[in-house]
Design a protein around this ligand. Structure first.
Ligand code: 5GP
Length: 126
């Protein structure tokens, strides 16, 4: 069920629970700013989610309210994870769904890193 990207932060969301260690995950990287882990329902051979440790509902929330240090830490971590996964030479796609039209389902900001095969058009033509 798509969510609004402008709602108040809900501490019960699944990624908040992963950050608290209440739900297991397959971690690929962690530092003071982010946790990166394999998506439970991968859409490509490599499908990793990078989430900030701070409480942000969506990209709109993160870009408006996160500190410069959090934004830099997050951005550098996404690049580092993609590089470590061996995706730089063949290429990869970053996706951040924001709000209902995007289909965002989890109300904790996350970046999808998707790769491992040619990914086709950016947005399927209707
Ligand atoms: P969204 O549609 O919000 O951009 O993406 C949410 C992503 O989170 C989906 O790709 C979904 O498969 C993934 N996801 C949902 N619940 C879990 C979970 O419990 N563990 C992991 N690893 N991924 C999850």
């Amino acid at each position: 069920m798509p969510v609004s990207g402008l709602s108040p932060y809900d501490d019960a969301n699944v990624f908040a629970r992963i950050l608290r260690g209440e739900i297991p995950n397959r971690t690929v990287y962690e530092d003071e700013w982010v946790l990166a882990f394999h998506d439970i329902s991968p859409q490509a051979p490599t499908h990793v989610l990078v989430i900030p440790k701070g409480k942000y509902v969506s990209f709109a929330d993160f870009s408006a309210k996160a500190s410069d240090a959090e934004i830099a830490g997050f951005t550098r971590a996404v690049g580092k994870v993609a590089q470590a996964l061996g995706l730089e030479e063949p290429g990869y796609r970053l996706i951040a769904n924001m709000g209902e039209h995007s289909g965002q389902e989890v109300p904790h900001f996350h970046m999808h890193i998707v790769g491992g095969r040619p990914l086709g058009r950016m947005v399927p033509l209707a």
